[in-house]
Design a protein. Sequence first.
Length: 255
Amino acid sequence: MILVHKLKLLFIGIPYSASTAISKDLHKNHGGKAILRKHSLFSEFNEIASKVEKDYYVFAVKRNPMHIVISIYEKMKNDSKGNFTNLNLLEKNGGHISKRQRKQYLFIRKNNASFQEYFKKFYWLPYTSVLSIVKNDCDRIISFENLENDYNILLNDLGAATDNKMLKVNQTKGKHDFDYYYTDEIKNQAIQVFAPYMKDFGYQMPNGWEKKIQLHINLTYRLINYLKKIIYPFRSKIKRKSVENSVYGKIQRSN
């Protein structure tokens, strides 16, 4: 989460949605400071913010969830930074890797699991994200798919004349074409998992994937979002700073 006082701006970082790149730019070029954790909720900010700060302009980034899940799989499969094997980064040890993430990582590595095997095992409820929780707290949600243009328009609207070339950081390595992942084997499951979220955030399902969504799927999607909004603010907070050599960790330590 980045706070930019001179622009009266708050950036809420959504996992796998350019949060590192935007955090880096806001810090380097606009005097932004890291507050709380990289992916903290607005409700957490609201607990510590001043009366003036609570009126700051709030934005986040949306991304097609089908691509987010591909990124998650590839990051776990490759573990290029060693995050999933570093026991110090587990939530129970004060880190950010959840028990669920660790379980997914171990399944992929121990079984050399394909994306289809991974998806069938772990994705059977409607997809939601941090963005589902903070959606109504945002004044603007820009698109990962049109990141550079949307981000520059936002900054210009706030009086920060800029024409930044947004360089995405922490990009996932080893990704293949979309059809390599979402095969006919998991197509029907993927429709039920992603359709409610994609409709909610203005995304279209792939061509030829149109199918009526079962009523209980939409109801379950709403219920999960409702419960997350209630439960998440009470989950245990991670108090220590991000990894020292990470982009966000460096920003935290420069405050």
